[in-house]
Ligand binder design. Structure first.
Ligand SMILES: [Zn+2]
Length: 183
């Protein structure tokens, strides 16, 4: 198993909507970002990359690269899901917390779960999106921006033989206990 966590913040700026978890939500302000400023997906990408020990989203999609200007963050998530599968892992579950006073996230949480599950190739029941405020404290409380935190747990899709130490005793133990999944 592998665990990863991610955190992201974007400040409010001019605009008429925000994009969270791939869902466009009407709002009196937008989020300042090179891409669409989707804090939910950015935190989730960082959590996946963290679990894979592959650095962070900035390394894979540098803001200095104009290819990522105004691009949908779902593109980043698909890329991270691809890296996860390529490296032999599958998703056990995802848990995301969005922190802001406005807009209200709750009514859109289900639609976000659907988007995230679709991009990750997993069941909606493996993806949770929840929201909280900071009781008007700090930058989120003052309505200056939105923050998101994500945690993911990955499990092995298959036993990667090349990475598995060749220990006949261990192999015998695994065979006897049917522990293949745990490796
Ligand atoms: Zn971001």
């Amino acid at each position: 198993m592998r665990i990863g966590q991610g955190f992201d913040v974007h400040a409010f700026g001019p605009g008429k909507h925000v994009v969270l978890g791939g869902v466009t939500i009407a709002h009196s302000r937008g989020l300042v970002a090179h891409s669409d400023g989707d804090v939910v997906i950015h935190a989730l990408c960082d959590a996946i990359l963290g679990a894979l020990a592959l650095g962070d989203i900035g390394r894979h999609f540098p803001p200095s690269d104009d290819r990522w200007k105004n691009v949908s963050s779902r593109h980043f998530l698909l890329h991270c899901a691809g890296l996860m599968i390529e490296n032999g892992w599958s998703l056990a579950n995802v848990d995301v917390t969005v922190v802001c006073e406005y807009p209200k996230v709750g009514p859109h949480a289900d639609a976000m779960r659907e988007n995230l599950a679709a991009d990750l190739g997993c069941a909606k029941s493996e993806v949770n999106v929840k929201a909280t405020t900071t009781e008007k404290l700090g930058f989120c409380g003052r309505g200056e921006g939105i923050a998101a935190m994500a945690v993911v747990l990955l499990q092995r899709r298959r036993a990667p033989r090349a990475e598995t130490p060749t220990n006949p005793d261990l192999d015998a133990l695994v065979a006897r206990l049917d522990l293949d999944e745990a490796r």
